[in-house]
Design a protein around this ligand. Sequence first.
Ligand code: SF4
Length: 80
Amino acid sequence: MSWDDEHATRTYSECEMLVKCGFFEKHGHTNEPACHALIQLYCRGPKIDACKRRGYKQRHGYMPSDDLMPDGTMLGQKSA
Ligand code: SF4
């Protein structure tokens, strides 16, 4: 099996913080395409470990604002 085949068929586990993540709680069931895409990419996808919310929790010991998105931008702000 090639690297591409393996990654195309790999299923990713969910973030263990789903049940207590304010971002997911607020936006996890939205039909907003941008939030949906982030959740598929981070919360249930290959970039779980790159989630800025997870990094924040590890550094500070508590979760950031519910509006900090997994990619590090704040809802309502445009990314640079
Ligand atoms: S936003 Fe980050 S911390 Fe929250 S559920 Fe998704 S991956 Fe986990």
